[in-house]
Write a protein that binds this ligand. Structure first.
Ligand code: CUA
Length: 380
């Protein structure tokens, strides 16, 4: 055996150790990992993984140990007679067939059990959520609350979530490593997945089936909240309306408006309150940039694809529902952090940010983008 491969063989015991060190060191930096389970199905899968690693380690140590022992103990010297030939020894062949078969059975039995356990329909006080995969974003519908949202899935801690999943266009795969495994989603066919969030927090998920040019930018987040906080979110989502007048009164801390502190201004705007502002009492402060943003949203064609109301939202819109887009952490399904600059850039140059995306370049100017951002920021 050449020296190189001999060295590699002697140091091979380092490999699993190295893998463990890498996993331990990078775990927190790469949260999209199934090695840090925070819910039942993920815990089941993690258990299986370590069960397999345990057996693999045992086999590795025994086999490599026997090999090293044999190498040193029975090393041949020049002039030695030919050792005993045991080729075709039935006893030895039976032994080395039966032992691996037993090891595989040890792994197979808990694996099959886990597969069945994961596929049982959960019972009890379930929160059913419909998931629809689109090229390249995720739609989430809460039939219980008649709410629709996109790319950020809010769930309550401690209540089992049952996902009924499908796809709008092509096959995608819903993958939420810290709560559950991955499950393919298909057009015209329902698949299911369930999980229970054990701890509040934000968790990353991702499409795991190649579904077109932007498959890699089809991420989503799960925001697990304590039950009360979640109910608050639901109640809040139901109040989000199309009218910027009411919404503009809400905190807009991250909005960079050129007209901050501008005088109260009444502008003609669509919506019920525009009918007769003299009768509408009392007149509310209206940020002109927000009002312009709303006008642009309606005129530029955004409204053709995007809903702005989460409650009782129409189904079948081409684009993600934007009712709370102002509060989301990312835009473009995990493509960019949701800052004003990024949002404006995304609105102006969608094809540059995410080539192939269905959102067309609508010829929005820099100032128009600013107004649209101000308007969208009020939807939070
Ligand atoms: Cu959707 Cu990959």
């Amino acid at each position: 055996m050449p020296l190189g491969s001999r060295v590699i063989r002697r140091l091979s015991w380092l490999a699993p150790l190295l893998a463990l060190v890498i996993v331990a060191a990078c775990g927190q930096e790469y949260p999209q990992s199934s090695l840090f389970p925070k819910g039942d199905p993920a815990r089941l899968e993690d258990g299986l993984f370590f069960e397999t690693v345990k057996w693999a380690t045992l086999v590795f140590v025994l086999v490599e140990g026997a090999l090293l022992y044999a190498i040193f103990r029975f090393r041949g010297k020049p002039g030695d007679a030919e050792p005993a030939q045991i080729h075709g020894n039935t006893v030895v062949e039976v032994i080395w067939t039966v032992i691996p078969a037993l090891i595989l059975a040890m792994i197979a039995v808990p694996t099959v059990k886990a597969i069945f356990k994961e596929n049982t329909r959960p019972t009890g006080n379930l929160l059913t959520i419909e998931v629809v995969g689109h090229q390249w974003w995720w739609e989430f519908r809460y039939p219980e609350y008649n709410l629709t949202t996109a790319n950020e899935l809010h769930v309550p801690v401690g209540r089992t979530v049952s996902l009924k999943m499908g796809a709008y266009d092509v096959i995608h795969s819903f993958w939420l490593p810290q709560f559950a495994g991955k499950r393919d989603v298909f057009p015209n066919r329902e698949t299911r997945l369930w999980f229970n969030a054990e701890e509040p927090g934000e968790y990353s998920g991702q499409c795991a089936e190649f579904c077109g040019i932007q498959h890699g930018r089809m991420a989503f987040r799960v925001i697990a909240q304590p039950a009360g906080e979640f109910e608050g979110w639901v109640a809040h989502m139901k109040t989000i309306t199309m009218q910027p007048v009411a919404a503009a009164a809400a905190p807009t801390d991250s909005v960079h408006t050129s007209s901050a502190g501008a005088a109260v201004q009444q502008q003609a705007k669509p919506g019920p309150q525009a009918a007769d502002s003299t009768k509408a009492a009392p007149a509310q402060p209206q940020n002109p940039e927000v009002a312009q943003g709303q006008k642009l949203f309606l005129m530029k064609g955004c409204v053709g694809c995007h809903g702005l109301v989460a409650y009782n939202a129409p189904k079948g819109l081409l684009g993600p529902n934007l009712a709370n887009v102002g509060a989301r952490t990312y835009i473009g399904a995990g493509t960019l952090p949701n800052t004003d600059e990024n949002l404006a850039h995304w609105i102006r140059f969608p094809q540059e940010v995410k080539h192939g995306v269905l959102m067309p370049n609508l010829g929005v100017t820099e100032n128009e983008a600013k107004a649209l951002v101000a308007f969208l920021r009020t939807h939070r």
